[in-house]
Write a protein that binds this ligand. Structure first.
Ligand SMILES: [Zn+2]
Length: 265
């Protein structure tokens, strides 16, 4: 098979043997690709500073057949995201979103949506001076949607009645993957109460471009409720906790205990 070219983001890379690396990337046109970069530890010409996580590259490769590794000829740098290397919190966020993409995207079947979302996430971490409180839950929500697990916030998941926004006292059922109307509150197992603002944010996520949705200003309550929704949905699809999750929680516990006043939230 002839050499292919596509834009891609490096998710992770590990040494292999004395001079090679095995690299996993999310590509624009070929879904998730894992390949071997021969001589990557030595070749300054073909792989100079391009195999670190979060790097945006132009990838030249030969796709794999079956379960084999792809063969990576060369990577050219498009953009080096620097923020994760300079700010521990942004590093934790970047690690989380790339690991989440890695576990949620299996292979070739991924469309360009997840690729666009990952780039929007890394660009926001790079350029947004103050991150929105909803950044991580918003990213997770958009990824769930792009992989077919989007929460249903328009119809009751028990009786099917239409649920408009601004109806008050919305109840979300993780096991049913969506809202329940007031009559059906008891039919969804464990549920999460959502404010109207949160329901509006969940609805807006369907029509807002990712780079805008990751930056929307929301109340802390909406950020927390959205996090509860996506965490409950994710736990149904992940077979093990993310490695970056523990790091993120430690970091958050640390900053909570070192900041006074409302800015700490
Ligand atoms: Zn109902």
């Amino acid at each position: 098979m002839i050499e292919k070219r596509t834009a891609a983001v490096v998710l992770r890379a590990r040494p292999y043997g004395e001079s090679d690396k095995i690299v996993t990337l999310l590509t624009r046109d070929w879904g998730k690709v894992t390949g071997i970069a021969k001589g990557a530890k030595r070749s300054q010409r073909r792989f100079v500073n391009v195999l670190d996580s979060f790097t945006h590259v132009q990838l030249y490769f030969r796709p794999s057949r079956g379960d084999d590794l792809a063969f990576i000829f060369r990577c050219d740098l498009i953009r080096n995201f620097r923020a994760p290397g300079q700010d521990l919190r942004r590093y934790a966020f970047a690690s989380y979103i790339t690991e989440l993409i890695d576990v949620m995207i299996a292979g070739r079947e991924a469309g360009t949506e997840a690729y666009t979302l990952l780039l929007a996430g890394l660009t926001t971490l790079e350029e947004q001076s103050v991150l929105s409180t909803i950044f991580l839950p918003a990213f997770t929500l958009l990824l769930l949607s792009s992989t077919g697990y989007q929460p249903n916030v328009t119809e009751c998941q028990h009786c099917g009645v239409f649920i408009g926004a601004n109806k008050g006292a919305s109840v979300f059922s993780p096991s049913r993957g969506g809202l329940l109307c007031p009559r059906c509150h008891d039919h969804g197992g464990m549920t999460i109460h959502l404010s109207d603002d949160t329901v509006q944010a969940l609805t807006a996520s369907r029509t807002t471009p990712p780079e805008d949705f990751l930056r929307i200003a929301t109340s802390l309550r909406t950020a927390r409720e959205t996090r509860a929704v996506v965490t409950s949905l994710l736990s149904r699809h992940l077979t093990r906790p993310l490695k970056s999750q523990a790091f993120l929680e430690q970091l958050e516990a640390f900053s909570d205990s070192h900041v006074d006043g409302p800015q700490g939230e």
